[in-house]
Write a protein that binds this ligand. Structure first.
Ligand SMILES: [Zn+2]
Length: 106
């Protein structure tokens, strides 16, 4: 992922709209690119600030920690969803197999 693609994905990253592949690519890019990491941290701070105003609660933020926590939780969520999808596809394949077996044995 290059800088211009990373910049376009910042909003999607913050709003949990990226796929697992894009999230991992984005995470790899911002880990090695100080410029995009700074931009992401600023955007995250603005996003957190808007949430904070909605909560009416003032806090200070550790930007790097905020970005790392966001990235880690997003990757965990997307991996869980992928595992769940695989499980349901596997279950559907087993049920179809049983159905075909029953049809053929009648
Ligand atoms: Zn970059």
């Amino acid at each position: 992922m290059d800088c211009s693609e990373a910049r376009r994905k910042i909003s999607g990253f913050i709003n949990d709209e990226l796929s697992l592949k894009d999230t991992v690519a984005f995470q790899d890019h911002v880990r090695h690119c100080a410029s995009c990491r700074d931009e992401t941290e600023v955007q995250l701070l603005i996003h957190a600030s808007v949430d904070e105003q909605a909560d009416g609660d003032l806090r200070t933020y550790d930007l790097r920690n905020l970005l790392d926590k966001k990235t880690a939780s997003q990757v965990r969520y997307l991996r869980r969803m992928r595992l769940l999808t695989f499980f349901f596809l596997f279950l559907a394949a087993v049920l179809i197999g049983i159905f075909i077996f029953l049809l053929l044995s009648i």
